[in-house]
Design a protein around this ligand. Structure first.
Ligand code: AMP
Length: 614
C-alpha cells in the first residue's frame, strides 16, 4: 500500500465522528492492505494494522524508535528547507498544538526532489519503486531507526526521518510525524481495530445495529475471538493476519509464546466485604510492595530462541528436575525487558523452575533476613543498566511469584486462579506466594494482619475461579482499600484469650463517646477489635488495661474508660448488635493514643456524620 493511500485513509478516519462508520473505514483499510487490487498493495496488513494504532512494532516487542519530539522537530525542520530551524517548528507547534498539523503545513520536498537520499537508509536500492513512498518502505526505514545503536545512531535517526519527510506530501508528512511520535489521533482505539478485524475477515457485521442482525449472527462471538487472540498475542498485526489467513479456527488455536510478554492483569480497589459478598469465597494473599515482573523460562529443550511451541506442547508435565540453564527473560509491567537488571531472579528461576513457564509475580527488595524493604529500594535495581553487580551487593532482590500463565506446554489463561496457582507450585519449587482460599472474614483478616505485621503493603483479594485477563483492570482482583478513616475509640471491655493466650486479653470492645442528650459521659459500643495486634502488643495492652478492670464475668471484663485506641475499619453499618446502633466492619487495631483522654475520643455524632445519618 502506498503511504499516501494510508495517510488519506487515516485522514478520513480522523474526520469521521461516528464509531460504527470508523469501524467500517478501518475494516476497508485492512481489507485493502491485506492484498487489494493494485500491485503496489502487497501484503501490508500487519504493518497497516499496527500503524493505525500509532505503533511500528507489536505490543510485546521491546524495540522502540527512540525518536523524541526534538529529533522529530529537527528532521522536519531540515526537510522544510535551509531557512527553517527546529525552533521554528516548535514555535509553530506552540501555535497549532499538534505536530501533524505543523508537518502538513511545512513546505517539505514532497515528491519532487531529494528522493535519492532515502537510498542511504535501510531500504536498499533507491528508486526501485519510483519515488512513491510505501507503507512497507516507511516500516523498513523505521525498523532501521529503531535498531540503530552506538556512535552516530542519533544522526542516523535524524537523517532517516529527514529522508522520509522530504519524500512526503503534506498529508503523508502529517501522519508520518504522528506515527514516529506514537500518536495517530484518528479515533482508532484498540476496540475499533478489533471490531474492524472481525468485520473485514470473519464476516462479522459489527457496523450493523445489533437488532438488525439475523438471529444466528455470530458477530459477538467473532469479536470475542479477536479480542482473546489480541490478549494472547499482544499484536494487532498478527491477529489481523491470522483472521484473514486462518479465520476463527486460527484465532482459537493461537497460543502464548514463551519469550513474548503479555500484558499484566490488574486490580481495582475493594474491601473484604465486597469480595465476600460478590464471590462467597476469596483467595487472599500478601500484596508485595515491589515491582511487577513477568518471567519467561524456556527451559533447555527450546533453546533455539524462538520461544514457539515451548516444551514440545506435551502439556501437563511440570515434572522436569529444577536446575536448567535455559533462556530466562524478565519483563516489567509495561513489557520492557528488565532481564539484565535482575540476575538473581534469572538464577532463581533456572534453579527452581521445573518446566518452561510464564510466571507473574513481584520482585521485592529484602534485607539480610529476607524481610521486605521499602518500594524505593527495588527502584534502585529495576531497569538498571550499569553497575548491576555492585548494586546487587547493596540491594537484595527476591521473587514472589503469584500466578502462572503457561506451564510445561499448557496455556493457563483460561484456567481458574486456584488451578493456575497449583500449576505455579508445580513448576516453581521456591519463591511462590502463599494463597489462602477462605469464606471466613476473620481468617482473611488474619492474613491481612500478618501481612501488615511483616511489613507488607496489605493483601490482594482474588476470585478463586477467575481466569487471567491480560491487561484487564476488572473486579476479579481487588487490592484491599486502605482504611479511609480511623476513629479514636475508648476501650470499654475485653475478652480473655484462649489456650496459649488465656493470660492475655484477646478481643477489645471499643466505644464512642455518647454525646446524645448533650453528653452524659457514657460510652456507646461500636465494635470489637481483635486483629492488627501482635502477641507482643497483646501483652503490653493487657498490662496497660488490667488495672482498669471494673467488673469481670466469665471470659468478659469491663473497663473504666481510660484508654483510647486508634481503630481502622472498612465501613460503618447501622446495626442492632451494639448500643450505639452502629457497627464497624472489619475493625483493626492501629495504635494506643496515649496523647488522648476518653473525653477526646470520637463521638457518636461523628459516627452518625460519617455514615451520613446526620
Ligand atoms: P497497584 O499498583 O496499587 O494498582 O496494585 C496492583 C499491583 O500490586 C500489581 O500490579 C502488582 O505489581 C502488585 N502486587 C503485589 N502483590 C501482588 C499479588 N499477590 N497479586 C497481584 N498483584 C500484586
Amino acid at each position: 500500500m502506498e503511504f499516501a493511500t494510508f495517510a488519506e485513509r487515516a485522514e478520513s478516519m480522523a474526520a469521521e465522528s461516528g464509531d460504527l462508520a470508523t469501524v467500517a473505514l478501518v475494516a476497508d483499510a485492512l481489507a485493502a492492505a491485506g492484498g487489494g487490487d493494485a500491485p503496489s498493495d502487497g501484503d501490508d496488513l500487519a504493518i497497516v494494522a499496527r500503524f493505525l494504532r500509532g505503533a511500528v512494532f507489536p505490543g510485546w516487542d521491546g524495540r522502540t524508535l527512540s525518536v523524541g519530539p526534538s529529533l522529530c522537530h529537527a528532521a522536519l525542520a531540515r526537510a522544510a528547507g535551509a531557512n527553517v530551524t527546529a525552533d521554528d517548528v516548535e514555535e509553530r507547534l506552540a501555535e497549532t498544538g499538534e505536530i501533524g498539523a505543523v508537518a502538513a503545513d511545512l513546505d517539505l520536498g514532497g515528491q519532487t526532489g531529494l528522493a535519492a537520499f532515502a537510498g542511504g537508509g535501510a531500504n536498499g536500492a533507491p528508486g526501485d519503486d519510483g519515488d512513491v513512498l510505501t507503507v512497507r518502505e516507511v516500516y523498513e526505514e523505521l525498523v532501521a531507526v529503531a535498531e540503530a545503536t552506538g556512535d552516530g545512531s542519533e544522526s542516523f535517526r535524524e537523517d532517516t526521518l529527514f529522508g522520509l519527510f522530504t519524500r512526503a506530501d503534506p498529508v503523508e508528512a502529517k501522519y508520518l510525524a504522528r506515527l514516529v511520535l506514537g500518536e495517530m489521533r484518528i479515533g482508532v482505539g484498540s476496540g475499533t481495530l478489533r471490531d474492524a478485524t472481525a468485520e473485514a475477515f470473519l464476516g462479522a457485521s459489527v457496523t450493523t445495529p445489533t437488532e438488525e442482525r439475523g438471529e444466528d449472527d455470530r458477530t459477538d462471538e467473532s469479536v470475542a475471538l479477536v479480542e482473546r487472540a489480541l490478549q494472547v498475542t499482544n499484536d494487532h498485526g498478527r491477529v489481523a493476519e491470522l483472521a484473514r489467513d486462518e479465520g476463527e479456527r486460527g484465532l482459537r488455536d493461537v497460543s502464548l509464546s514463551v519469550g513474548r510478554p503479555v500484558r499484566s492483569m490488574l486490580a481495582q480497589a475493594g474491601t473484604v466485604a465486597d469480595a465476600l459478598s460478590a464471590w462467597g469465597e476469596v483467595a487472599v494473599e500478601t500484596k508485595y510492595d515491589g515491582a511487577r515482573v513477568q518471567i519467561h523460562y524456556e527451559a533447555d529443550d527450546d533453546a533455539d530462541g524462538t520461544g514457539d511451541d515451548a516444551g514440545g506442547g506435551e502439556g501437563g508435565g511440570d515434572t522436569t528436575e529444577a536446575g536448567g540453564d535455559g533462556p530466562v527473560s524478565i519483563y516489567s509491567r509495561n513489557m520492557e525487558d528488565v532481564t539484565a537488571a535482575l540476575p538473581e531472579l534469572v538464577e532463581h528461576v533456572r534453579e527452581h523452575a521445573t518446566a518452561p513457564a510464564i510466571l507473574d509475580g513481584e520482585a521485592v527488595a529484602v534485607d539480610d533476613d529476607g524481610e521486605p524493604l521499602p518500594f524505593q529500594e527495588i527502584l534502585r535495581r529495576f531497569r538498571r543498566k550499569h553497575d548491576v553487580d555492585r548494586m546487587r551487593e547493596e540491594v537484595r532482590v527476591e521473587l514472589r511469584a503469584f500466578d502462572c500463565l503457561h506451564a510445561g506446554g499448557d496455556d493457563l489463561l483460561d484456567s481458574p486462579l486456584s488451578e493456575r496457582h497449583e500449576r505455579l507450585r508445580g513448576v516453581l519449587d521456591d519463591g511462590v506466594s502463599d494463597l489462602l482460599v477462605s469464606d471466613d472474614a476473620a481468617e482473611i483478616e488474619a492474613v491481612e494482619a500478618e501481612a501488615l505485621e511483616a511489613g507488607h503493603e496489605g493483601v490482594m483479594l482474588k476470585r478463586p475461579e477467575s481466569t487471567y485477563d491480560p491487561g484487564n483492570r476488572g473486579r476479579e482482583w481487588l487490592k484491599r482499600k486502605p482504611d479511609v478513616e480511623t476513629l479514636d475509640l475508648v476501650v470499654t471491655g475485653a475478652e480473655w484469650g484462649e489456650g496459649r493466650r488465656a493470660e492475655l486479653f484477646g478481643t477489645f470492645e471499643v466505644s464512642v463517646h455518647d454525646d446524645r442528650d448533650g453528653g452524659n459521659g457514657d460510652y456507646a459500643t461500636v465494635g470489637k477489635v481483635a486483629t492488627g495486634i501482635t502477641d507482643e502488643e497483646l501483652a503490653d495492652l493487657t498490662d496497660l488495661l488490667e488495672p482498669h478492670v471494673r467488673a469481670e464475668s466469665g471470659q468478659t471484663v469491663s473497663f473504666a474508660p481510660e484508654v483510647v485506641f486508634e481503630v481502622g475499619y472498612e465501613e460503618i453499618q447501622a446495626s442492632p448488635t451494639y448500643d450505639s446502633g452502629y457497627a464497624l466492619r472489619f475493625p483493626r487495631f492501629l495504635a494506643v493514643r496515649e496523647d488522648k483522654s476518653p473525653a477526646d475520643a470520637d463521638s457518636l455524632t461523628r459516627v452518625r456524620r460519617l455514615v451520613g445519618d446526620e
